[in-house]
Design a protein around this ligand. Structure first.
Ligand SMILES: [Fe+2]
Ligand SMILES: [Fe+2]
Length: 278
């Protein structure tokens, strides 16, 4: 079976290319489950209930977040009521949201989705290693396919988490830096690993924000609003093949769709749907 993790979706440009592309990607690659990191959806920071519904309606099956999870407080009720969105499992028990989700994939297989937050160059949180052990022990024993989104800054931390969970998770994929890494691999124990999936949003930017805003603040120390940029929108994601019987991964592939690629994909998908109807 095939799982897709879409990297941090930034603002309206990021949401638009996801909504435009998910159905085509699912059909083209025979994807069974789409997970998206949505921590930057709302104006570049946080996720609103409307953003959540838009992504789910487009075909995203499960949502992870990160350090910006509570930037829009309106999402707290969704975090508490919906079964397909998770908080970082190493947040305190009092923090709104569930520690893991079990979501039924298109092929009928249940997949566990877990989010963990790193601690290097980030706000202190509970230990991600003990949280990973705790949540894996709490999963239903028949759930073999497990996707971990490790939302962290340091590549060393991410490499360590991959090795720590090797053979215990189907995939350990990084998010948060908004910059994709070219280190995708299958580890010795059968876990698919990549330090960072990258960003879904405007690449003519600094991590999705307007260059002039970031430059002004950096040079003058005067705070500006870091508006979401607009140019060169791309969708970055990583595709993982997993044996549903064992939970072991057999392949991992980076995906990068430019706006032109997304337009072609959406047109081809519309045409194939129209021809299958006639
Ligand atoms: Fe983040
Ligand atoms: Fe992010």
């Amino acid at each position: 079976m095939r799982l897709l993790l879409i990297g941090d979706i930034v603002g309206k440009p990021g949401r638009q290319i996801v909504v435009h592309s998910v159905a085509g990607l699912v059909a083209q690659h025979s994807i069974d489950l789409v997970v998206a990191n949505a921590e930057n959806c709302a104006g570049g920071s946080g996720l609103t209930p409307a953003n959540y519904r838009e992504l789910i309606a487009a075909g995203v099956d499960c949502i992870t977040l990160g350090d910006h999870i509570y930037r829009r407080r309106e999402i707290n009720s969704i975090l508490q009521s919906e079964a397909n969105i998770v908080k970082p499992a190493n947040f305190p028990a009092e923090a709104p949201g569930r520690e893991f989700a079990v979501v039924r994939a298109r092929n009928g297989v249940d997949v566990a989705v877990i989010s963990l937050l790193g601690r290097v160059f980030m706000r202190p949180v509970d230990c991600p290693w003990t949280a990973a052990d705790r949540v894996l022990a709490a999963l239903p024993s028949d759930v073999k396919v497990i996707l971990v989104d490790f939302h962290a800054e340091a590549t060393s931390d991410k490499q360590l988490m991959g090795r720590f969970l090797d053979g215990r998770a189907s995939a350990v994929l990084g998010t948060h830096t908004h910059v994709p890494t070219a280190d995708e691999t299958i580890l010795a124990g059968g876990t698919a690993f990549q330090c960072d999936v990258g960003m879904t949003g405007p690449f003519d930017s600094v991590l999705g924000r307007r260059v002039d805003n970031v430059l002004e603040t950096t040079l003058t120390f005067n705070p500006t609003h870091f508006d979401v940029a607009t140019g060169d929108v791309r969708l970055l994601a990583t595709l993982v093949d997993v044996d549903p019987e064992t939970g072991r991964a057999s392949a991992i592939q980076r995906i990068c769709l430019t706006q032109a690629d997304a337009d072609r994909l959406a047109a081809a998908h519309r045409a194939s749907k129209a021809s299958s109807k006639s």
